[in-house]
Structures are given as C-alpha cells and as structure tokens.
Design a protein around this ligand. Sequence first.
Ligand code: KIV
Ligand code: NA
Length: 265
Amino acid sequence: TRRITVRDITLAKERGEKWPMLTAYDAMTASVFDEAGIPVMLVGDSAGNCHLGYETTVPVTLDEMTMLSAAVVRGTSRALIVGDLPFGSYQEGPVQALRSATRLVKEAGVGAVKLEGGERSHRQIELLVESGIPVMAHIGLTPQSVNSMGYRVQGRGEEAAQQLLRDAKAVQDAGAFAVVLELVPAELAAEVTRVLHIPTVGIGAGAETDAQVLVWTDMLGLTGGKMPRFVKQYANLREVMGGAAKAFAEDVVGGTFPQEEHSVH
Ligand code: KIV
Ligand code: NA
C-alpha cells in the first residue's frame, strides 16, 4: 500500500471526513501508530519537551529534527510524515526556510513540513510550496514564541479573533495544505474551519476542526505531571512502564529472575 499524500488530506475535507494526527519521535512508536492506521504523523518539535528532555521547544535543532524525522519515516510505510521546522531554522526568511525544509525532505524523507506563524510566515510558506514542499501551518498558540507570548489561550477578544482569521487566510493564500490551530476558543476554531477550504487540525481548539492532533506521550499517559485540559489520556503508560521496571528490579534483587526457562546450557 502506498503512503497517504497531501492530496488525500485535501480530498478528506471535500468529503467532510475527520482525521487523527499523532506526534511521533522514534521508529518503534511510529510503527505502532502506523499499524493502528493513524494517517498523518507529526515529528513535532514537542520532541524537545517530550523526548529530548528540554524545558521548551526552543532549543531543538534542525539536526535533531532531521534525525528524529528519519527514524519516524523508517518506522512507517503508510502514514504521511510531517516534519516540524524548529525555532531558528526558518525565521531568517524564505531562503533559510527552504534550505531547512530541503534537509527534512532529502535527508529524512518527510512528505511535508510544518512551521509556526500566520501572516509573519507567509513568505516562507510561499517559497516552500513553490519549490514543491507541502507545508502545514501552525497558528494560535505557537510554542516557539513562548518567551514573548507564554502559553496562553489565543484569539480571545474581537481584535485577537480578527488577527487569527487573518493568519488563517494568510497561510491558506500562501499555499499551506493544512493549518494547526493550537489553544483557541472552540467557536473561533469552528469559524476558521468554515471559512477555510484547507483542513484545520485542532489541539485545544474544540470539536469542529477537520482533524485533531495530540502529543503521543500526553495521549498515552507517559509525559507525567499535570496535563492541559485539552488532553485526553487513553492509557497510562507511565504507570505500566514504572510498574514493570519495579517488578524487574525486585526480581533481580530477590533472585527470582532469570528462571530456568530464561537460561541456556
Ligand atoms: O510539536 C508539536 O507536537 C506540535 C503539535 C502540538 C501541533 O506542533
Ligand atoms: Na511543534
């Protein structure tokens, strides 16, 4: 079976079909989601917090994103893989964005890239799309701007709502094939979804977006600590893995592992 393409995503909106997206940062996890039928995987720079041990996404490098994206591509055969452009790899302008995106496409093999920003990133999106690289945009809360905007709900109030609508139209006009809406009021996300002809991918953006994305370590209860309200936890891997590690430790200390069946002679 062939990989899902950007064209399939476009058709899904025309057909009114909703679709799920999960993040992935390694080949093995990605292979599980691929076999489960997740059609689109994002190698998010949330890898910074959720995989690499940084405090935010800001320190993540293009080298790191290239390595993680390549692993996710190797671990999958069906999903469309979207690679996140990390902070500092596209803000200088379109040419830098093209150079960075080209690495993710050529070295990692991603089918599309994602970058943050609406109006402020439209020139970057235009050049990438002109060059044949599909772009997923990302507006609302943009975590790479944590130092200036914090982690707050975006688009509250008339002025902010108008700006979000302008951002959404700007990325669509620039040629983005989809747009992530992060932490925006559900009513506003619904309006953006109605106004745009490209699919919206919501995270903390209510039920009316065309697609939903969750960070996989949050969704599976591996992240630990207090989760934002918009996360639904479908499993508790932190408990499962911690319990297994403790059981192994007890077995080793108590001399009950390995048993005869685990031994060779
Ligand atoms: O990096 C990431 O995981 C993201 C999603 C939350 C959209 O950008
Ligand atoms: Na991201």
